[in-house]
Write a protein that binds this ligand. Structure first.
Ligand SMILES: [Zn+2]
Length: 199
């Protein structure tokens, strides 16, 4: 875990870390999301820089590869040649990049966050990736779980090697929020989380 935060350039926050460890035990979350949370906590959600050690995978960013190539082909007005593809400068898909810094990921996170909460402010890196302390642990957990759900959704697009469909994800997050707040325990936390986000 320490290395994860070091890699992300964020100071470790023990309180939020232990809160994060509770997340995957929340029974109201579906099994797939819990599994993703567990893997994330264990530092097992790897980008291509790590995966490339194990097989025939390029270490470059999946999303940047797609957007840079389509940008190039748009400018050329035709398919790029192999040499032209080779010439593209594409960032490595390390954690810092694929969790936050990738322009595609960054745009998706901010647009989803603004869309779901109907706010005009960006979510900060630490809040999104690590969490944010609120008065009640449950409120902190709800906020963390929602951000985790967004990560998980974007991650699925990465695995499928397609750029995220932002409106689809906003819709999924809203459905997810509606589902989890059917439980009273979580429903009463929603206004608190909303107040925090709206500042
Ligand atoms: Zn990228």
């Amino acid at each position: 875990m320490a290395t994860l935060w070091e890699q992300l350039g964020e100071e470790k926050d023990e309180g939020l870390l232990s809160c994060g460890m509770l997340m995957w035990k929340i029974k109201e979350l579906n099994a797939e999301l819990r599994q993703f949370i567990f893997k994330w906590n264990q530092g097992m959600v790897h980008g291509n820089t790590v995966i490339s050690h194990f097989g025939d995978v390029d270490r470059k960013c999946t999303f940047c590869k797609i957007t840079k190539l389509s940008g190039l082909e748009y400018r050329l007005g035709r398919e790029a040649t192999d040499a032209e593809k080779e010439g593209l400068v594409i960032a490595d898909e390390d954690r810092k990049h694929i969790y936050w810094e990738c322009p595609t990921v960054q745009e998706a996170i901010q647009r989803i966050f603004r869309g779901v909460w109907q706010v005009d402010v960006d979510v900060e890196k630490k809040d999104f990736l690590m969490g944010r302390r609120m008065v009640y642990v449950e409120a902190t957990l709800l906020y963390m779980c929602m951000n985790m759900f967004i990560k998980y959704k974007i991650w699925k697009y990465k695995l499928a090697e397609v750029t995220p469909n932002i409106n689809c994800i906003i819709n999924d997050v809203n459905i997810w929020l509606r589902d989890i707040t059917r439980y009273n325990k979580w429903r009463i936390m929603l206004p608190l989380v909303r107040r925090h986000i709206q500042g």
